[in-house]
Design a protein around this ligand. Structure first.
Ligand code: FES
Length: 117
């Protein structure tokens, strides 16, 4: 069974806002899309940077470094240079508090594809 960690209170992240939290040793972004809360690994899958520092509009966040866009509802990479999705974390709200269960998948940075010769 997934272990939930208390992250925030429900009113801490209002509609259209995104914030970063540290859970265990992982950066977690929590955002609010029209009252719906979504959490995901706060690390771009292209190079290391925090997506929560980028522009957040509607249900997309734009990486502050090279501009890749991610769908915060699914984690999917929507534009280059990122191609891999960011891991989503399960969110639950209880008694005015927001809890997350961390996705065991993590963003791996620096992996190189095999070179073709
Ligand atoms: S680090 Fe995010 S697009 Fe390059």
């Amino acid at each position: 069974m997934a272990e939930f960690h208390k992250l925030a209170t429900v009113d801490e992240v209002g509609p259209g806002e995104i914030k970063q939290y540290l859970v265990e040793d992982r950066f977690v972004a929590l955002c609010n899309v029209e009252g719906e809360l979504h959490a995901f690994e706060d690390v771009c899958t292209h190079q290391f940077t925090h997506l929560s520092e980028g522009e957040f509009t509607d249900s997309e966040v734009k990486c502050p470094l090279h501009g890749a866009k991610f769908d915060v509802k699914t984690g999917a990479a929507k534009s280059l240079p990122a191609v891999k999705p960011v891991p989503k974390h399960e969110v639950k709200v209880e008694n005015g508090n927001v809890y997350v269960a961390l996705n065991p998948k993590r963003v791996k940075i620096g992996g190189r594809r095999g070179r073709r010769r």
